[in-house]
Design a protein around this ligand. Structure first.
Ligand code: IMP
Ligand code: MG
Length: 179
């Protein structure tokens, strides 16, 4: 059984306004740099598209497909890279775009993997941060919204691959069946 709580926790208007601010900040920070924006799919697809268009400097776009959890909402603790980058990021300034940082395992794993490709710099931008759910310490450079330790869906984020197309962010009350 699953149901979405009635009220969005981040509305479309709040999302739009915050992404505009992030875009301005990133534009200022990366002006004059050899900039690559790397999206982590599938979850970051909606945020990525809006963020990229809020950044007013030339950039390369690239994507990684990653799975960190299976059928259930709880993290499996394993991060699997399904695809590789198509751009060579050596010597470039990379910004990794995530939907949400929860335990921190995915970001930690991706930073480790991408650092081996010798970018000039690598930073992390996440739409959502759940600091109360962190099991490891990772540095996050840009955060859209800090949210409580609840399972959220919409705006790219899923529950069992559904709800990604919800235009706002909502809390999902997950009642999973017993094993
Ligand atoms: P982490 O490795 O535990 O930090 O989890 C990162 C990934 O888990 C995110 O990129 C999401 O795909 C997924 N995730 C974590 N929390 C949520 C949530 O509340 N809703 C939907 N997906 C989530
Ligand atoms: Mg993700």
């Amino acid at each position: 059984m699953e149901r979405i709580f009635g009220r969005p926790i981040v509305t479309q208007e709040e999302m739009r306004a915050r992404i505009r601010e992030l875009g301005k900040q990133i534009t200022a920070d990366y002006t004059g740099k050899d900039f690559v924006l790397v999206g982590v799919l599938k979850g970051a697809y909606a945020f990525y598209a809006d963020l990229a268009r809020a950044i007013r400097i030339p950039m390369r776009v690239d994507f990684l497909i990653v799975t960190s959890r299976g059928f259930r909402a709880k993290t499996s603790g394993k991060v699997k890279l399904i695809t590789e980058l198509t751009e060579d990021i050596k010597g470039k300034d990379v910004l990794l775009v995530e939907d949400i940082v929860d335990s921190g395992l995915t970001v930690q794993h991706l930073l480790k993997t991408l650092t081996k490709k010798k970018p000039r710099s690598i930073k992390v931008c996440t739409l959502l941060n759940k600091p109360d759910s962190r099991t490891i310490d990772v540095a996050i450079d840009y955060v859209g919204f800090k949210i409580p330790n609840k399972y959220v869906v919409g705006y790219g984020l899923d529950y069992q691959q559904k709800y990604r197309n919800l235009p706002y962010l909502a809390v999902l009350d997950v009642e999973e069946d017993q094993e």
